[in-house]
Design a binder for this molecule. Structure first.
Ligand code: SAM
Ligand code: SF4
Length: 442
């Protein structure tokens, strides 16, 4: 590779989950510290970071096509320096380096604090790969938080030891680690000082977080939430994503006792059939999952529920799929994510017999999504007439219009006197499937 000029501008393109969004923000902060500024919308960037996701199909193909578009002048006029980050980098780093000479560096999700040095290498004409997985070294090496949107993400836990048989996360993100309590309290404080009103705690298994407070007492995520809630300038707390196995009594009680913990719970079930759940290596049954939700609802009756579903896991029969629809009918989710099973190289399910025909998966997904849409619409309609606080996140398309989130994570739009970051008392007056209209309460 030839020597090249130091990049002056960057663009980070993040795909996939909120943890990638968080990582993308942290990479952007590091690049800013290095004196590289974000390329204005529509202008070429000298450095493009593709922050990739490997959770479902065609992830790698998408990366190669993005690289092709960048080098052939389709995305921007001049080919940039290219960094591939995220879970595809972790899983297929060496192959990417071999197949795509235009890529200057490949950096895994636990090593991106090394990006600045890798950029120096690229300037000197050297390509580099770093897919090490040191526990927690990354966070300590990242710059302090200086800028925040009203709603901010804070990664508190990473990795996964659960090994669901369909999932790549334990391989791409590594073993479960919890960030230290004091680092999290400090980062949350910095985010609030930088303008955050809401913090969403993130982790692949966020409720598996454990730590020790300043006095050496053991804490779970509920204890962390209670501590963060003491900051008067932090108005809202959320967390995602949880595994049913890590939900303890204290967390359930916290939902009933801490008003700043928003009434929303994303708790993936994946399937409503116990044989399929066992084959997935999930540790819950449909019944234990439903019972858990009942306990959360008893603690916080207005709780909005969300979940994840996979249809067409190897061997799933029609009758087993019907069990998933039964769970949906019982829970009545406010919102949910549903996916067709996608075989991930290296996972046990990828080599299981009885892989399901794509057409059968399509039909099942359509039926499931119709039921989820029905419930989302019903949940939103049931909100009409309620008055709630909306956290304003940005301007809407219309003059004087604002967009924000209700406590139940619904998108709400309204017009009137407000600003980004305000918490405005709004009456919900109209409901669509994906958003609601409101009016300011005088
Ligand atoms: N840790 C969380 C849990 O246990 O539910 C989920 C994290 S995972 C990154 C997000 C979602 O992607 C999963 O809940 C699952 O529904 C979906 N997913 C993971 N692997 C998948 C696969 N191979 N095919 C289809 N969907 C998948
Ligand atoms: Fe993947 Fe979640 Fe299962 Fe971990 S618990 S393996 S992240 S689906």
């Amino acid at each position: 590779m030839q020597k090249t000029a130091s990049p002056k501008t960057y663009r980070v393109k993040s795909f996939g989950c909120q943890m990638n969004v968080y990582d993308g923000e942290r990479m952007a902060e590091m690049l800013a510290e290095k004196g590289i500024t974000e390329a204005p919308e529509g202008e070429d960037a000298d450095l493009v970071v593709l922050n990739t996701c490997h959770i479902r199909e065609k992830a790698a193909e998408k990366v190669y096509s993005d690289i092709g578009r960048l080098t052939k002048g389709k995305t921007q006029k001049k080919a940039p320096m290219i960094a591939v980050a995220g879970c595809v980098a972790q899983a297929e780093g060496e192959e990417i380096m071999a197949r795509a000479p235009a890529v200057s560096m490949v950096v895994g999700p636990q090593a991106y604090h090394r990006l600045p040095g890798m950029i120096d290498d690229a300037v000197a004409g050297k390509r580099s790969t770093d897919t090490d997985m040191p526990a927690d070294a990354k966070f300590a090496a990242l710059p302090k938080r200086r800028k925040s949107a009203p709603s901010a993400f804070l990664t508190i836990q990473e990795g996964c030891d659960k090994f669901c048989t369909y999932c790549v996360v334990p391989y791409t993100r590594g073993a479960e680690i919890s960030r230290p309590y004091s680092a999290l309290v400090d980062e949350a404080k910095k985010l609030v000082e930088a303008g955050a009103k809401e913090i969403t705690l993130l982790g692949q298994n966020v409720s598996a977080w454990t730590g020790e407070d300043d006095r050496g007492r053991k804490l779970g995520m509920a204890g962390l939430i209670r501590e963060l809630a003491k900051d008067p300038d932090l108005k809202r707390i959320r967390y995602t994503t949880s595994h049913p196995a890590d939900m303890d009594d204290e967390l359930i009680d916290t939902h009933g006792e801490v008003g700043k913990l928003m009434p929303y719970l994303h708790l993936p079930v994946q399937s409503g059939n116990d044989r399929v759940l066992k084959a997935m290596n999930r540790s819950h049954t449909a019944e234990s999952y439903l019972h858990l939700l009942e306990r959360f609802r008893a603690a916080r009756p207005d709780l909005a529920l969300s979940g994840d579903f996979i249809v067409g896991f190897p061997g799933e029969t029609d009758a087993e799929f019907e069990d998933t629809l039964k769970v949906v009918d019982q829970v009545r989710y406010a919102q949910a994510y549903s996916f067709k099973y996608s075989p991930r190289p290296g996972t046990p399910a990828a080599t299981m017999e009885n892989q399901i025909e794509p057409q059968v998966m399509d039909e099942r997904l359509q039926r499931l999504q119709a039921a989820l849409r029905r419930d989302q619409q019903a949940f939103n309609e049931a909100s009409i007439g309620k008055t709630c606080e909306v956290l304003v996140e940005r301007r809407g398309k219309l003059d004087g219009q604002w967009l924000g989130k209700s406590p139940w994570l619904q998108s709400v739009h309204f017009t009137g006197d407000a600003d980004i970051g305000d918490l405005i008392e709004v009456k919900l007056i109209q409901a669509g499937q994906n958003s609601l209209a409101g009016e300011i309460v005088a």
